[in-house]
Design a protein around this ligand. Sequence first.
Ligand SMILES: NC(=O)c1ccc[n+]([C@@H]2O[C@H](COP(=O)([O-])OP(=O)(O)OC[C@H]3O[C@@H](n4cnc5c(N)ncnc54)[C@H](OP(=O)(O)O)[C@@H]3O)[C@@H](O)[C@H]2O)c1
Length: 325
Amino acid sequence: MKAVLVENYDHIDNITIKEVAKPELSAGMVRVRIQAAAIGFVDGLKVQGLYQTKDPLPFTPGSEFAGVVDEAAADVEGFPPGTPVIGMVRNGGLAEYICAAGADLFVAPKGIEPAVGASFFANYLTALYALSARGKLQQGETLLVLGAAGGVGIAAVQVGKLLGARVIAAASTDEKRHFAVKFGADESLDYTREDWRDELKALTNGHGADVIYDPVGGELSLQAFRSIAWNGRHLVIGFASGTIPALRFNLPLLKGGALLGVDLAQIGRREPEVRDRVIAQLFTWLSEKTLVPVVGKVFAFENFHEAFKAMTTRSALGKMVVRIG
Ligand SMILES: NC(=O)c1ccc[n+]([C@@H]2O[C@H](COP(=O)([O-])OP(=O)(O)OC[C@H]3O[C@@H](n4cnc5c(N)ncnc54)[C@H](OP(=O)(O)O)[C@@H]3O)[C@@H](O)[C@H]2O)c1
């Protein structure tokens, strides 16, 4: 079968598709024929060896995919051949087949296109877990989404609206701000402007943001925290800017605000019931079509480099997807 193979941590242009052995089935595993895989910001870092944890070489990148069951091991129930599934794994998605643990696979809701299935899981799970379980976002509250046109950002815009918040999308270009408004943001602002906090103040009548969803980090996070409402919650999602900010403790004190961490990688282990509840809610919204996830751009398998480049050049709108097979 064909798979993208990272043999050395390298510039994305030097990574190629190789012919490799089809993965063998073992106990507890399900082999899936992949139809689409999604690329996130972290994947772009991983192939270059720049992520905080390194995958042992060689490896196939891609942690999210959608496809159909090829075969399941005898001890795995619920995945007969042909079942459409969505998977979230450590790596291996950019390949024609993958063997994944049954526990990492979910039967896809009816009628979900592979590109949608592949691009949906991590971003929307992060957004709903962060906004509901961590941020306790309430109807009518104001949600400020930083990096609002990126993968996790646009998911938070949509989920924030579904939870009944007023959503203010912050992004760096007109195109990105229009994108966020198209997918439901009530207002948008340009956070590259010096006076962006004044604009936020005006938009909220001096109240500030009740919840701040922050996948960007850096100086922007420190500025945003200064605009948090009393009893506000600042959700730490990630550091796409490349800089981890250091917040002085007097600010939460003076602002009556809280800084809350969000880590998708740990919720299955630490809060399995919460994770299952969040997934069930997302699947209900998907089946009802209350939530129509944003698929950014879809690339052919042989053009997978372009999907990575969009992530590493700050130009991606939504999630980048690679169609396979
Ligand atoms: N905590 C969790 O469980 C969790 C789950 C998923 C992802 N994440 C993290 O969330 C972050 C964003 O992931 P993503 O997949 O949404 O990425 P993405 O699609 O590339 O979006 C990131 C956004 O950050 C902004 N940004 C600001 N400075 C940037 C820079 N120097 N380079 C790139 N982007 C920059 C960009 O918006 P503007 O151009 O508008 O500024 C961009 O749209 C990553 O750090 C990822 O690791 C965390």
